[in-house]
Design a protein around this ligand. Structure first.
Ligand SMILES: [Zn+2]
Ligand SMILES: [Zn+2]
Length: 157
């Protein structure tokens, strides 16, 4: 039995069978939900962002991404002297990482976090704040001190 490409597809969000063309994003990417559903979700979240404001978005991002409050984050930042716990670069020296797409109305997006919250993957507890580069680097070394030490020894050969 040969399968012809379905002309319609079931959207898990609205539960409707809709034209397959509605499941293709603007960039040509295949979508799980239909485009009208995604557009609605997007405009709701945009309205939500407008209501809670930049400080609210920052708090929500911290909670969602790192599971901590703004107060906890700021306490860590000041305890680390606003520097990456590994390379010691100051926040002001770090490149701004963008959060999300630029807004259509030209207003700035919420302030990006230059120091990211590093979690211990085993215990889930917060280890400290790192710049994006150092955070990625220890991830590449699988958070393994022995491998990092071996890398340091290799570099000093
Ligand atoms: Zn839908
Ligand atoms: Zn760093």
């Amino acid at each position: 039995m040969t399968e012809s490409p379905a002309a319609t597809q079931l959207c898990p969000r609205c539960g409707k069978q809709r034209a397959a063309a509605l499941f293709i994003g603007r960039s040509g990417k295949r979508l799980k939900s239909c485009r009208p559903c995604l557009d609605t979700a997007q405009s709701i979240s945009r309205r939500h962002r407008d209501r809670i404001g930049a400080a609210g978005v920052r708090a929500a991002n911290l909670r969602d991404k790192y599971g901590i409050t703004v107060e906890e984050y700021d306490r860590l930042r000041s305890a680390q002297d606003y520097r990456c716990a590994i390379c010691r670069r100051h926040e002001d020296e770090l490149p701004a990482s963008s959060v999300g797409r630029p807004r259509l109305d030209g207003r700035p997006t919420a302030t990006a976090f230059k120091l990211v919250v590093d979690h211990c993957h085993r215990s889930g507890s917060v280890r400290g704040l790192l710049c994006v580069g150092c955070n990625a680097a220890i991830g590449h070394f699988r958070d393994d001190p022995a491998v990092l030490l071996a890398a340091a020894a290799y570099l000093s050969r």
